[in-house]
Design a protein around this ligand. Sequence first.
Ligand SMILES: *Cc1c(COP(=O)(O)O)cnc(C)c1O
Length: 360
Amino acid sequence: MILLNPGPVCTSERVRNALMRGDMCHRESEFSTLLSSTRNKILQAFAPNGNYTTTIITGSGTASLEAGVCSSLSEGKKILVINNGVYGDRISRIASAYKFNKVELQYDWCEQPNLEQIEDTVSKDSDIEVVAMVHHETTTGLLNSIHEVGEITDKYDRTFLLDSISGLGGEEINLINDNVDICIGTANKCIQGLPGLSFIVIKQDEINRLRNIPPRSLYLNLIAQLDEQEKKGECPFTPSVHTFYAFEEALGELLEEGVQNRLNRYRKASSYLRDEFKRLSLETLLPDKLLSNTITALYLPKNMTYAHLHDSLKERGFIIYAGQGQLDKKIFRIANMGEISMEDLKSLIKNLQEVLEDSK
Ligand SMILES: *Cc1c(COP(=O)(O)O)cnc(C)c1O
């Protein structure tokens, strides 16, 4: 099966084989070596110029997102959530679950957030301590203007928390230049590892501020996770050891390919797909200038249900992805993250064309 969903993605044989490296006790020095190598590779890939550290959490992307959000707001302060999709909404729901004092700016799912309104909101409310948003809204494949929001948080000296779970490894990002303080990622999207591990990259300057925040969770405590990994070379709770093997291998592959080359490969794949979708008269949900390198949301062809399209392609070996929320019945999504060759994509297009013609 070729997975065209935005994670978990198709992985290489090398990554899958890494799972078989053998059983290991997570309290032995061998695990500390593995942990430290994996953390170093994350930093080499996404913060090559220093100033950042990272902590890995056993759990899907949302675990690290929740750890980042629940560990980053001081008592009595507010979080500003910028929401233009299902994942912006998820940040908002996490903030609510912790009963945070929250300001939320909601935008249409097909639009970028309004920068003037964001600056206005931040500048007028000195209680806003953390500004949180999504880098690549996986709901629609929309790329948000993180650099401009980072300029605002830098200007007003606020913490910028970014969900780049579907961005890291797939989209342009420079944590230093984009002024990102806390950045969330996962193993099984553009990094091409296996599901079960996620991570947080944190600016060194943020750490003392985070230390003064009372813990709100035992497991998802960013500082406790970081300290244990940094000082003892261990994870506080049982880590998914075998998934670590695969994650370390996937990061090795990413570094060998080069982060920029990975982006270029995805960009080339998505632009090939988009040209072909146009040829097949499929209409994209978003204008070209808002599109990421890895997801294309398309309107369902007239007189075709998602179930029919999905099932027909699945029979032919391809897994596509449904729309979410308000776009549930209207769109379908094709992601080109993961170990997918141009031959696979050509075969997808051939099969898609046949399915569309059969239903005419
Ligand atoms: C995939 C994703 C998540 C996390 O999803 P999990 O299922 O918990 O891994 C969060 N944010 C974005 C933008 C995502 O694409």
